[in-house]
Design a protein around this ligand. Structure first.
Ligand code: MG
Ligand code: ZN
Length: 466
């Protein structure tokens, strides 16, 4: 093993979870600055599968909607405030240098040309002397991840990670190979390309500690994907589960789709929740300990009581245009402790109390099964969430999942949603669990609404009833 950057995240995580959300919002983005980091783009690949489309030209210069593919990646780096870019060139590298020269807008461009193929890791190792920073933002030159690099940077720092890779949810992982992560976001392993079905894939965007690149042997070709990352799995390698769009031009089929992808770009911004042609976004809410005061096997409508701040938080989320859906495990039904009519009465009472506060729920989905029945709908299984997405027509990855327990966070993570742990109910205890790393920890639903408003750039000032 020639990599040793394993580092326990628990202290960092505990620190961040101990912070109030307000403090988190103030701090995020004020850590070491992404703008000062060197970005390295791997544009040396031979691109064998695109030879027919690009005779004698490197993939980075493949035209997409009239511009070289590389220019879209550089645009994204420019938007993120990056100033310094190293292009790791190989096959026909002189063409790239001729096309782009030594600057791109405000960014300085430099070139690290390999004499013989070094592999993705070897190319980064060779480029290291040109990178002056402790962390390098590295990107594959034939893929494009359309999301917020600053958010990735903040996430990386909050975990105290040395190496983080961006993961994308794919309906079929067989073309890419699957990345297995635990619920803390630690990468546990990599599966071969043959594994079919949905799962997380490597999007080809990395934050790499300098020491990781320094440890790459320089005596032959080394691959990031095949040689470096597998040795780091389970040892401090983190996966950032992204909700951004992903494009690669590695095959003739995906290259043909690239033009559509970039043309959609202009129509997508500015992104506002619940507006435009994009599907409405939804918030998945746990019931007990999140909306209602936790009472052991609640079955009496007269015992229904709203958690402090819950109605106000829900009202604010609703005012942002977000749909509200309750997803709840009620194994008491399966255990025969009370019947469905009784549960309905409880939910009717919950709706009445919320309605009095101006909140209307879009749906309440219940799993009535006992744990040992191994159904597909008991949280953290995603059965109910998938059904809600089908019936209410929203995108799983665009939704927020809010709850007070690990099963809520695991549910959200399983579908690539944004996860919010509230400290109400069992949440204070769950927040102390270092293995549980929700995207956000909030004091209660009111606090959660503030964070979501910030993250979605939604103005909430005008249309919220006092
Ligand atoms: Mg709960
Ligand atoms: Zn069930």
């Amino acid at each position: 093993m020639w990599f040793n950057n394993s580092r326990t995240p628990s202290k960092e995580v505990a620190k961040w979870q101990g912070d109030s959300v307000a403090k988190w919002l103030r701090d995020s983005g004020t850590e070491t600055n992404l703008c000062s980091v060197t970005a390295a783009i791997l544009v040396g690949g031979l691109g064998m599968r695109l030879r027919a489309q690009l005779p004698g030209r490197p993939k980075a210069l493949a035209e997409v909607a009239g511009r070289p593919f590389l220019s879209y990646q550089l645009d994204r780096l420019k938007t993120a405030g990056i100033k310094d870019v190293v292009l790791c060139t190989g096959y026909r590298g002189e063409q790239i240098q001729q096309a782009f020269g030594d600057s791109y807008g405000p960014m300085r461009l430099r070139y690290s040309q390999e004499a013989a193929p070094l592999g993705t890791a070897g190319a980064l190792r060779q480029a290291l002397p040109l990178c002056k920073t402790d962390v390098v933002l590295a990107m594959n030159g034939d893929a494009f991840w359309d999301a917020d690099l600053q958010a990735f940077w903040r996430w990386h720092h909050r975990r105290g990670a040395v190496t983080s890779i961006v993961l994308m949810w794919a309906a079929d992982t067989s073309r890419y190979g699957r990345v297995r992560i635990d619920r803390a976001g630690c990468v546990q392993g990599f599966d071969e390309k043959s594994v079919a079905g949905e799962g997380w894939i490597n999007a080809g965007v990395y934050l790499l500690g300098r020491q990781v690149i320094e440890a790459i042997p320089s005596d032959g070709p080394v691959s990031m994907e095949h040689d470096v990352f597998p040795t780091l799995a389970g040892r401090g390698l983190y996966g950032y589960c992204s909700r951004g769009r992903f494009l690669d031009i590695g095959t003739p089929e995906s290259y043909r789709m690239a033009e559509t992808f970039v043309r959609q770009e202009g129509r997508r911004r500015p992104e506002r929740v619940g507006e435009g042609k994009r599907k409405r976004r939804f918030v998945m809410l746990d019931r007990d300990g999140t909306i209602l005061v936790e009472k052991h096997y609640l079955s009496d409508p007269n015992q229904v009581e709203l958690v402090e701040g819950a109605a106000e938080g829900l009202r604010r989320l609703q005012a942002m245009g977000l749909g509200l859906v309750v997803i709840t495990n009620q194994s008491a039904i399966g255990r025969g402790m009370f019947d469905v009519a009784r549960l309905e009465a409880v939910h009717q009472r919950m709706r009445e109390l919320l309605q009095a506060e101006g909140v209307r729920l879009d749906g309440v989905y219940v799993c009535p099964h006992r744990p040992q029945e191994a159904c597909a709908c008991r949280k953290p299984k995603a059965g109910l969430l998938k059904r809600a997405a089908r019936e209410l027509r929203f995108e799983l990855q665009d939704c927020f999942v809010i709850g007070d327990k690990a099963c809520d966070i695991d549910l959200g993570r399983a579908v690539g949603a944004t996860t919010v742990l509230v400290r109400t109910g069992y949440g204070a205890r769950a927040a102390g669990d270092p293995s549980l790393t929700p995207d956000v920890v909030a004091d209660d639903l009111r606090d959660a609404a503030s964070v979501i408003a910030q993250q979605c750039h939604v103005s909430t000032s005008q249309d919220i009833p006092a």
